[in-house]
Write a protein that binds this ligand. Sequence first.
Ligand code: 4AD
Ligand code: MG
Length: 429
Amino acid sequence: MRRYISDLKDLVGQTIELKGWAYQVRSSGKVKFLELRDGTGIVSCIFFRGECEDSAFDNFEQITQECSLSLVGVVRQHPKQAGVFEIGAKSMEIIGKSSDYPISPKDHGTDFLMENRHLWLRSKRQHAILRVRHEIISAIRDFFDGRGFTLTDAPIFTPSACEGTSNLFETKFFDEKMYLSQSGQLYMEATAAALGKVYCFGPTFRAEKSKTRRHLIEFWMVEPEVAFNDMYDNMELAEQFVEYVVQRTLKNKSEELKSLERDFSKLECIKGPFPRLHYRDAAEMVKKENPEFIIGDDFGAADETIIGAKYERPVFVHHYPAAVKAFYMKEDPKDPGYAMGCDLLAPEGYGEMIGGGQREDNLEILHRKIKEHGLREEDFRWYNDLRKYGSFPHSGFGLGLERTVGWICGLPHVRETIPFPRLYGRSYP
Ligand code: 4AD
Ligand code: MG
């Protein structure tokens, strides 16, 4: 009966069948070793002449890296390592050949690996990262689902810009000009008026011609929106959310994080309350270390690193100058010129994980902002309706999934955090 490597602990002493791919092979005289992987794990299979069928022993040389095969053998406890199991091979049959597999255990350059991303995914390190990504996605969903939020996903084709017009992907919707969504936020504001607590979780697009370790062209974002939450409620929600996601991933994916050599102490301390800084204080902090920084400007990646490095926990920066933020941000009537936006910056140089804040709920001010940002009033008719019919204070945020995966895994670049990354200069495979 076919079994999976993840279930071996319950099968000790039994003869079972495994199907998978050859991860590594090596032989020394009378004993031959196969590292077999089946997607659930990797196990050592030992071919010992006399113990296995002669044909299996003789055909061992045909096993090449990444060929697929079926193997029958006895499950044994590893003689030295507790909790590790091995297979005493009895018979083996090759299913699909593999010759000259391009990725060998030696080091390859990043370009080569990216060009072969479809195969690179078969490597141990990539398994670990993708499993952590999956856990983070489940944690995100469980957090909101467990708190009475309704998932109301936003469209990808959108007639209007949410995050400024400079990085919009233009496309066609039959004869109409359309854009690929930069954010589902505006639509969440509509569904929040219908259902109170909502979120969307899907791919978003930014045509940014920059090659940095934090930017993807296509990335996944989770965006909660809550009716009657102000900016402070919003930070509280974001804080509980980030703590939950990090702590749960640490608990459920410790093996994977260990294999990625993640420093656990850096994640164990990710617990609320997170420090909160007014933009003015953050800007002064930056100015001390980066004299070129102009107070009033938005922070660049290096500036975010300066702020993030001051704390071991993520830090909120709130009340950014309204001029550097999106049209929909509510300006604080008690702090004119500053918008009630709040970003969350991660420690260890990972930069902005979350962008969000309180939305403008006054129709007249919104009209003015739309005009000031050079946007077409016509495109925002429906958005303005939300202020016309029972306007309500509301807030929300967006957390970038890939940046979060990169931070939790401790990766140097965002390109390994998504199965098939779209980067400036890379759209294959
Ligand atoms: O700060 P951003 O642009 O905010 C918004 O889109 C809001 N409309 C969200 C909201 O309030 N509902 O993006 C939010 C987050 C960033 O903090 C970052 O984590 C991620 O999305 N992000 C990117 N991740 C990878 N590559 C990019 N090019 C990203 N741009 C933003
Ligand atoms: Mg932002």
